[in-house]
Design a binder for this molecule. Structure first.
Ligand code: GBH
Length: 486
């Protein structure tokens, strides 16, 4: 289909004579006298590299009152007028709860090796704790079976922001009890799915959901003072640590446990030894409240000094749990944090971006492909990590729709090709990235941005729920088929 499309367009633009072999070879010769072939340069990834895609429960499932699901903080939040663009909610989203079989076929057509989904906590425990709801877990049993039948390896995230509202009513992430409740829930799910799911991630993007207690742009929409926010953050990393322990206690032997964290990817502004050294220092400090404390089991001195009287309250036992070794690290990487060497005691400084800095449709989504090289490289080096996944990377686009049903997203292809080129650079050097999950399989509920911002490689018409592969889906299918850049 791609070939037919290209030939047709090429002919329309340049006339059909341009497609004649002589015209093509003349063109190639003129452009590059040395070229002996017009075959694309293939830059391969290691055999077995896991090409995947990712979604999250509240963003795709819909069916929010079905089969005993309890409300989550995102149901509550999205129904408060003015909180989400156009007052969109996840009530229906992609209706994936009913259409998961069709969606697994989309994955199969792409050639995906793996798929990362998240479990909605309030489906499994409608009250957050207590009596499980078997129908809730059944959905994930069916999904996992469908994936395995299609030859796709499931990667399961346990928390992608849909906290049961019943727990929020008791303080949510401000309460240590939520960390304990998370561990109980995580152990329960892993106990039931680990006969078929081999990889579990505890929490997705702690800093993003902690933002729901500081900027208030995400659920539950609170704006706490710094001491409160630091305590919420501590409960998040504690939930991760207790979750790792609970999963290990309940899952089948051989199950691997990690997390999916949007670690800030420090990128040296210029690749000189001094800027690289600065970026290496920065990578630890700018992630001090999350990845660093998890990998090291202690808050850095700079983090505690900076927090001062607002520092979180914790025990030695907390720190031991937080530092429980993980089997792998998942990194969600979208944007770079540019760093330069500096004479300050810290030894580094952020390089601020000018107004003109290029971004994708989402204003925050600054384009910086090097993030996919430096992020995992520095993390592996600093913490001696042996197994890394890029658990999310992708882009929003305004997507050009043509009357005959094509969806052209050349900017998303540009973004992906450039990021994958940098990933390839790292993997070729031995950076231990084993897989890549493109965000996202299909357009979905983009949190506070509602349905206005599309991250999918499949276009979703939300009125009819029709899915259409975008040009980027064809691109990605080609990457997967070659196990290399296309
Ligand atoms: C990820 O967040 C999420 O895991 C995923 O669910 C989401 O759909 C995807 O990426 C695309 O956004 O509007 O200025 O307040 C990415 C990290 C952190 C980026 C919060 C947007 C809000 C910036 N996100 N951030 S702002």
């Amino acid at each position: 289909m791609l070939n037919r499309f290209s030939r047709r367009t090429f002919a329309r633009l340049f006339g059909s004579a341009a497609l004649a072999p002589t015209a093509l070879s003349t063109f190639a010769t003129a452009a590059s006298p040395e070229a002996t072939s017009t075959a694309p340069t293939e830059r391969h990834f290691p055999p077995g590299f896991l090409w995947g895609s990712a979604t999250a429960s509240y963003q795709v499932e819909g069916a929010v009152t079905e089969d005993g699901r309890g409300p989550s903080i995102w149901d509550t939040f999205s129904h408060i007028p003015g909180k989400v663009k156009n007052n969109d909610t996840g009530d229906i989203a992609d209706d994936h709860y009913h259409r998961y079989k069709e969606d697994v076929q989309l994955m199969k057509a792409l050639g995906l090796k793996t798929y990362r989904f998240s479990v909605a906590w309030p489906r499994v425990f409608p009250q957050g704790i207590g009596t499980p709801n078997p129908k809730g877990l059944d959905f994930y049993n069916r999904l996992v079976d469908e994936l395995l039948a299609a030859g796709i390896q499931p990667y399961c995230t346990l928390y992608h922001w849909d906290l049961p509202q019943a727990l929020e009513d008791k303080g949510g992430w401000q309460s240590r009890d939520t960390s304990e409740a998370f561990a109980a829930y995580a152990g329960y799910v892993a106990g039931h799915l680990s006969d078929r799911v081999k990889y579990f991630m505890t929490l997705n993007e702690m800093s993003s959901f902690v933002g729901g207690y500081s900027s208030g742009r995400h659920a539950p929409g609170l704006k706490l003072a710094p001491a409160g926010v630091n305590q919420v953050r501590h409960h998040a990393v504690l939930a991760h640590g207790l979750g790792v322990q609970a999963i290990r206690a309940h899952a089948k032997p051989g199950t691997k446990v990690g997390l999916a964290e949007n670690a800030n990817a420090a990128v040296p502004i210029i690749e000189t030894p001094e800027h690289i050294a600065a970026a290496t220092k920065a990578m630890r400090e700018i992630n001090a409240g999350y990845l660093t404390v998890i990998m090291e089991g202690r808050y850095t001195d700079a983090y505690l000094a900076h927090a001062g009287a607002d520092a979180p309250k914790f025990t030695d036992a907390d720190m031991k749990a937080i530092g429980t070794p993980v089997d792998f690290v998942g990194m969600n990487i979208y944007t770079p944090s540019f760093i330069r060497a500096d004479d300050s005691p810290a030894g580094f400084a952020r390089v601020l971006s000018p107004e003109s800095y290029p971004h994708m449709m989402s204003p925050w989504l600054h384009v910086g492909p090097e993030a996919l090289y430096w992020g995992p490289k520095l993390a592996a080096q600093i913490w001696n990590i042996k197994e890394i996944y890029i658990t999310e990377n992708g882009a929003s686009s305004t997507d050009v729709l043509t009357p005959n049903g094509n969806v052209y997203d050349s900017d998303r292809i540009m973004y992906l090709r450039n990021y994958l080129t940098q990933l390839h650079r790292g993997v070729s050097e031995g950076v231990p990235v084993r897989g890549y999950f493109l965000w996202s399989l299909m357009d979905n509920f983009e949190w506070a941005d509602g349905y206005a911002y599309r991250f999918g490689i499949h276009y979703v018409d939300f009125a009819t729920q029709k899915r259409t592969p975008k040009m980027s889906a064809h691109f990605y299918r080609e990457v997967i088929a070659r196990n290399g850049l296309a």
